[in-house]
Write a protein that binds this ligand. Structure first.
Ligand code: FES
Length: 158
């Protein structure tokens, strides 16, 4: 059974065909897939007989619902003063230069399916510079350490 047919079947089994079920269904799809795709919205529309535009409007007005597949990994780079002084600024510049990014690295979106965000202070300043990959913090990280931890970030390295 393909994903599209599977969601239609799951909706039939788990949710009455009522407009009032919209938020319950959206939470179900978000939890199961990590986002609510266009195909999912079409299935939901068919199930509860609500226009896709209305479903889209609801999805985009709640911050907990995502319309894009989330990156598979999340990199946070500490931009606290200690980490910047200890080498994270050169880490940031290195990544920007490898991927030809001129502006703010943290406003660039994801790179190779890795989201990159800044972290104010990870509160492990004694082992700065630090980064966080998903839920794990890593201290005393420089570019070679980052390459070992996240080789996919450097895949299109020239
Ligand atoms: S400044 Fe980076 S951990 Fe505190």
């Amino acid at each position: 059974m393909n994903d599209k047919k599977q969601l239609s079947t799951e909706l039939k089994v788990n949710f009455p065909r009522q407009r009032e079920q919209l938020l319950n269904i959206l939470h179900y799809v978000q939890d199961k897939h990590g986002y609510i795709s266009k195909d999912s919205m079409l299935d939901i529309s068919n199930h509860i007989k609500m226009p896709v535009s209305e479903i889209y409007g609801t999805v985009t007005s709640y911050s907990e619902f995502k319309i894009k597949n989330p990156p598979s990994k999340q990199l946070k780079i500490c931009t606290g003063i200690t980490c910047i002084n200890q080498g994270n600024q050169s880490l940031i510049e290195n990544i920007k230069s490898r991927h030809s990014i001129n502006g703010n690295l943290f406003k660039n979106g994801s790179i190779n399916n890795i989201s990159i965000d800044e972290l104010d202070c990870g509160f492990i300043c004694g082992v700065s510079p630090m980064i966080q990959i998903n839920q794990t913090m890593h201290g005393r990280i420089e570019i070679n350490g980052l390459k070992q931890l996240l080789p996919e970030l450097f895949e299109n390295e020239q």
